[in-house]
Ligand binder design. Structure first.
Ligand SMILES: [Zn+2]
Ligand SMILES: [Zn+2]
Length: 193
């Protein structure tokens, strides 16, 4: 387990030395998104293990993208000059790295937050308090007497929130206060004072 931690950058578990990039760039949020897409995007590709290159199908006017471990002909790479989803996938296919599950759903990390003496001050919880206060996270309806609220979300039916539970996916997965719970508590406090 300790050796895994040393080689984990973003969602990249580096197996073989990948000297084309400074490992720290794989920890950026925008890179972590690409690491996820490398595994879920429905592209087709052909890897040449000998030259360590690949040709990926494209959905743009270009018929394909040519990818190496340090470059790609796709627009994303041309613009950012940082690993795109094709480069990450090539690295996976060449057994240079492994894309691990989303770190926010990492069980060990969740256990750590759950056991914290001050859960609301854990960085992952502070993030949820902030997004709970954004204008996008506005309750549709608050029942002050019963301390419940309805929030609109990505699914069709609204989320039903109480100070300790919520029907959103974040709460379902983490069993820790989500942004809706934080927002409801804030609204209830404001109402009572
Ligand atoms: Zn690319
Ligand atoms: Zn929620």
């Amino acid at each position: 387990m300790s050796s895994l931690k040393k080689t984990l950058y973003g969602r990249c578990h580096i197996i073989k030395n990948w000297s084309d990039w400074d490992y720290s760039i794989h920890c950026d949020k925008s890179q972590i998104d690409r690491q996820g897409r490398a595994m879920t995007y429905p592209f087709t590709f052909k890897v040449n293990e000998h030259t360590k290159t690949a040709r990926f199908s494209s959905t743009s006017s270009l018929p394909y993208y040519d990818t190496t471990l340090s470059s790609c002909t796709c627009a994303d790479f041309e613009e950012r000059k940082l690993p795109c989803k094709h480069i990450y996938r090539l690295a996976v296919e060449l057994d240079i790295l492994e894309i691990v599950r989303r770190p926010s759903f990492n069980r060990e990390k969740l256990e750590y937050v759950r056991n914290s003496p001050d859960i609301d001050n854990e960085p992952d919880q502070i993030k949820r308090q902030k997004s709970g206060m954004s204008s996008k996270c506005k309750p549709i309806e608050i029942d002050y007497e019963n301390e419940t609220a309805l929030f609109s979300g990505s699914s069709k039916s609204p989320y039903i929130t109480t100070p300790t539970t919520c029907t959103c996916r974040d709460f379902f997965v983490r069993r820790l206060p989500c942004k809706h719970i934080y927002r409801l508590k804030y609204e209830l406090n404001n109402y009572n004072s």
